[in-house]
Design a binder for this molecule. Structure first.
Ligand SMILES: O=C(O)CCC(=O)C(=O)O
Length: 295
């Protein structure tokens, strides 16, 4: 009798919690017209995952003083481009990274675009991104699709084949990694699910930083989306210098962030999502497309 009583209480407890969570997500989905994003512009220590995980935990804690809705990390932040050490250092099935990011997301109740980390899955290596929601639930797993030959990434890493589309607080969004931004057809493909924000994580060297900015502005304008793009700072042993220049760009291509170029830190910017509908209404590029003429 007592046991049955407990079961009934447990059942109703679960039921009430589910209703509560539903109401919260409806509330977020309906009313959220702005979104605060924090970009974690960090140095990545080559081949030193312990140092890098600690650094991410510190910078995420620092970011939380600004109460962001979403955090984003750079590319390959666990080991840098230490490709020749993948056998030893790649995160097996991404398990360590997933539990690390899920715990941070839950602890701070914040959405996390986990940049990317080197993983090994079924004896292949990948450049993998994980996205977690505020409850620490995995919303997307993405393996970088376009591998960067100039840094020999294609000799070590296997290219992904899946899209990275997800919803955060009910807002549709998409994510890509670094070299992916040179393929406008890929970003356009991701827009098919109605993304309002494109998240980009990168290790983009200083010598081509002008191209980084122009490419990101173009992706924002042509897709009429906000672009939130984080790049690392620091140096790699091969001599590449990374000067950050992380950017938040509105759907008209205007830069709306004010992130000190080469400084390490967590930088927060607010996106006003109300401008999207107006822009898309005025110049309706999605309905004016002529896909029958394209390849
Ligand atoms: O496209 C570029 O110039 C940089 C790309 C890159 O560094 C990368 O994908 O890791």
């Amino acid at each position: 009798m007592f046991r049955e009583g407990l079961k009934v209480v447990e059942f109703f407890g679960k039921f009430v919690k589910e209703i509560y969570n539903k109401l919260i997500s409806i509330q977020r989905g309906r009313y959220k017209m702005s979104l605060k994003v924090s970009l974690i512009q960090m140095d990545v220590k080559y081949g030193k995952p312990d140092v890098n995980y600690r650094k991410v935990a510190e910078l995420v804690a620092a970011a939380m003083t600004e109460h962001p809705d979403v955090l984003i990390l750079p590319e390959m932040w666990n080991i840098g481009y230490a490709l020749e050490q993948l056998e030893e250092l790649a995160d097996q099935n991404g398990e360590h990274t997933q539990s690390f990011l899920a715990a941070l997301a839950r602890k701070y109740q914040v959405n996390i675009i986990g940049g990317s980390v080197a993983t090994s899955k079924n004896n292949f290596y990948y450049n993998t991104s994980y996205v977690f929601d505020r409850e620490g639930k995995l919303q997307s797993e993405y393996d970088k699709v376009h591998l960067f030959g100039l840094m020999h990434e294609d000799q070590w890493v296997t290219a992904g084949t899946r899209r990275n589309c997800f919803k955060l607080d009910n807002i549709p969004a998409a994510g890509v990694i670094c070299y992916d931004i040179r393929f406008p057809e890929w970003e356009r493909t991701l827009m098919g699910e109605g993304a309002k924000i494109l998240f980009v994580s990168a290790q983009w060297p200083r010598e081509r930083i002008k191209q980084w900015q122009l490419l990101l502005q173009a992706r924002a304008i042509e897709n009429q989306v906000f672009v939130v793009a984080v790049n690392r700072v620091g140096k790699s042993p091969s001599g590449d210098v990374f000067n950050g220049h992380s950017l938040v760009i509105d759907p008209l291509g205007n830069i709306i962030s004010n992130i000190p170029v080469a400084k390490e830190g967590a930088f927060t910017t607010k996106l006003d999502l109300t401008m999207l509908e107006k822009i898309r209404g005025e110049i309706p590029v999605f309905t004016d497309r002529r896909p029958e003429l394209y390849d």
